[in-house]
Ligand binder design. Sequence first.
Ligand code: NDP
Length: 333
Amino acid sequence: MALFGKMENLNTPNKENKDMSEVEKVKVLIVGSGPAGYTAAIYAARANLSPVMYEGMQPGGQLTTTTEVENFPGYSDGVTGPEMMEDVKKQAVRFGTDVRFGMATAVDLSQRPFKVTIDGTKEMEAEALIIATGATAKYLGLEDETKYAGSGVSACATCDGFFYRGKDVAVVGGGDTALEEALYLAGLCKKVYLIVRRDVFRASKVMQARAEKAENIEILWKHQTKGLFGDGVVEGATLVKNQGTPEEEEVKIAIDGFFLGIGHKPNSDIFADYIDTNEVGYIKTIPGTAKTNVEGVFACGDVQDDQYRQAVTAAGSGCMAAIDAERFLAEQE
Ligand code: NDP
């Protein structure tokens, strides 16, 4: 799964230009789509809660930028991420979910009904709120990533790989995201360097085996990225091998594309004033539930999961969030 870079605005509260005349009251508001949000919508809609969902900047979430999903139960031949998200969205709509394009940009969760601002302008009031805002790709933090943004740097192979057909590229990371990106790019590009900071992968065994078998993937173990170079566009990367050891050496590789695959940051910033998160921003839920520290606010999917981060676990937690919301609203009545 790799998306990335597309939901950053979720973390940018915008309290300006609100039109208070547009306040709309709903029972259940779901912010964010993806397997968690859509599943919450299916359950909430089937419980007659008339949910309204704002899909966020990337309807369908991270799976829409992934290739084949082979591990979601029920798809015995595999399915593409976008197809699966289209299916589950249709299911949510079929039961009456009001799915809208738009993004939560600010919230006030100090009292019920909860106030949620959409796109900085539209004000929603919700009796129960389900947060399913997912996570966004991480960058290394190099100045060159910004310098060459859109000119050779990407965090989404399936979005941008096409531009690098027949060329040489590099992918950073040793987890499933990086290996999935590398394998996808290996099918398009002449050569793919896989820059791995340790001498082991973190990825699943099946992905490791595929990457090691691919003839045009070269694994650069114990390499870290120091910078990128090129005249306006990426033409290469400067790497450090065996950093911090007597064998440390600088290595330059010629590449046209530099892809990030080093994990994700939860999109929880706009909720942080009210909702408890862990030290890296994942929303804390009460174990065994989707409940947050604010009664009536529930969280599901990658924004609250730093352990499993799978489509199937996200869907399961979306179901939990809707059932918890339904019970909460029933208790209020
Ligand atoms: P992971 O946290 O699993 O892996 C991140 C990788 O990036 C690690 O190899 C890590 O190195 C490396 N890394 C992190 N920071 C840096 C850095 N600053 N410089 C260099 N390397 C760095 O994240 P993923 O996004 O790969 O996977 C997250 C979860 O999603 C996992 O549970 C995974 O299984 C799942 N997933 C499943 C897929 C599927 O089933 N099709 C597809 C994609 C993801 P190190 O190991 O040294 O920490």
